[in-house]
Each structure stands twice: as structure tokens, then as C-alpha cells.
Design a protein around this ligand. Structure first.
Ligand SMILES: CC(C)(COP(=O)(O)OP(=O)(O)OC[C@H]1O[C@@H](n2cnc3c(N)ncnc32)[C@H](O)[C@@H]1OP(=O)(O)O)[C@@H](O)C(=O)NCCC(=O)NCCS
Length: 167
């Protein structure tokens, strides 16, 4: 079912423990991620809620319309750097795609990262066709493709590093 977003920007807030199941449902709904990847998100959520964002290094943001989760992001400061941040996950529910959910999440990630001394935001993705939406999204939001490791994930499937410089 399509979700109609209100005219104004969708609401982004810090993910709460009772949203964990909905976050995992959004990951599964994309059809892009296997059980191992879903399990990684589950582990990160648990770690974040148990240790807190600062100690764990993982911050989750939810994008909601009322009680419905439209998407989420997970980001954090990159260990052993000064001001580099990683965008570990950014996902919009397929029914809510291309309606500004990803943009609203990214905007909030950048606001939070800047407030904590962020200089650049790195995101990794794959060269596979399934990730074309993500690659276009990054390039459309001032990320640049800064490095490629060919055949990283598997023969023919490259690892791409996109970087957004925040200054
Ligand atoms: C990447 C993603 C989060 C973008 O979220 P979104 O809510 O659709 O993004 P927005 O509506 O804010 O921005 C839309 C822009 O993203 C790009 N985009 C999004 N979906 C696209 C698609 N299917 N094809 C081409 N470009 C696409 C375009 O640049 C688009 O701008 P346009 O509509 O003006 O052409 C979403 O596509 C997604 O969840 N993808 C699957 C999960 C994923 O690969 N995440 C990244 C790795 S964790």
C-alpha cells in the first residue's frame, strides 16, 4: 500500500526500542538484504539500546508518518578519526520510496554529525544493479564517489565508497 506523506517534511526522530520490529520489517520489505544482513541490523539495534548511542557508536533515526515507520538510518562517528562519520544504513520502505524519506533522514544525520564535529560522511555500497537507487540518491545529495574496490563482494560486485564533505 502506498503511503501518502504530508506536504511538509516527514518527521524524523531518534528510534525507540519499541520500533525495533518495525525497523527490521522495513529492512526485509526492501527484498535487498539477506537474513545475515537483517541479523546485523538487529544486533546493532540491541547494542545501541543496551549501551546507548554514545557508548555503542551507533545512532538510529526513524522517519514516521503517525504510527507508521517509513524508513530509518543508522550512523555514527568513525572510530580512530577526527570528524569522520559513517552512514551505516539508510532505508526507505518500498511503499514510501521517492517521497523524501531518505532525504529527511540524511538531513537529520548531517545536522547531528555537524553538531558533533562531523567533517565528512562516508557510505559504502555495492555496484550491483539493485543498489542503483542508493547510488543515485547519494550522488543527488552531494556525495562523491571517492574510491572503488573492484570485485570486493564477489567477482563483478565492487565496493564503492561515497563521501559527503560537510564544510
Ligand atoms: C536510497 C533510499 C534510502 C532513498 O530513499 P528515498 O526516500 O527514495 O529518497 P528521496 O525520496 O529522499 O530522494 C529521491 C532521490 O533518490 C534517488 N532515487 C531514489 N529511488 C530511486 C530509484 N528507484 N531510481 C533512481 N533514483 C532513485 C533519486 O535521486 C531521487 O530523486 P528524484 O526522485 O528527484 O529523481 C531508498 O532508495 C532505499 O531505501 N533503497 C534501498 C535500500 C538501500 O539500498 N539503502 C542504501 C544501503 S543501506
Amino acid at each position: 500500500m502506498d503511503v501518502q506523506l504530508p506536504d511538509n517534511s516527514p518527521a524524523v526522530s531518534v528510534t525507540q526500542p519499541d520500533e525495533a520490529a518495525a525497523v527490521l520489517a522495513v529492512v526485509r520489505a526492501t527484498g535487498l538484504f539477506d537474513a545475515q544482513e537483517v541479523a546485523v541490523v538487529d544486533e546493532l539495534l540491541t547494542y545501541c539500546f543496551e549501551q546507548g548511542p554514545e557508548r555503542s557508536g551507533y545512532n538510529f533515526l526513524s522517519c514516521r508518518a503517525g504510527d507508521r515507520l517509513l524508513g530509518f538510518a543508522c550512523y555514527g562517528p568513525t572510530p580512530m578519526t577526527q570528524g569522520a562519520f559513517d552512514l551505516y544504513w539508510i532505508v526507505a520502505a518500498p511503499a514510501s520510496g521517492r517521497r523524501g524519506v531518505g532525504s529527511a533522514l540524511l538531513e537529520r544525520v548531517l545536522t547531528e554529525a555537524r553538531a558533533h564535529g562531523g567533517r565528512l560522511l562516508r557510505v559504502e555500497t555495492s555496484s550491483r544493479a539493485e543498489y542503483e537507487a542508493a547510488r543515485k540518491f547519494y550522488l543527488g545529495h552531494s556525495f562523491a564517489l571517492e574510491a572503488t574496490i573492484r570485485d570486493f563482494y564477489s567477482p563483478g560486485d565492487d565496493l564503492l565508497f561515497y563521501v559527503l564533505r560537510m564544510s
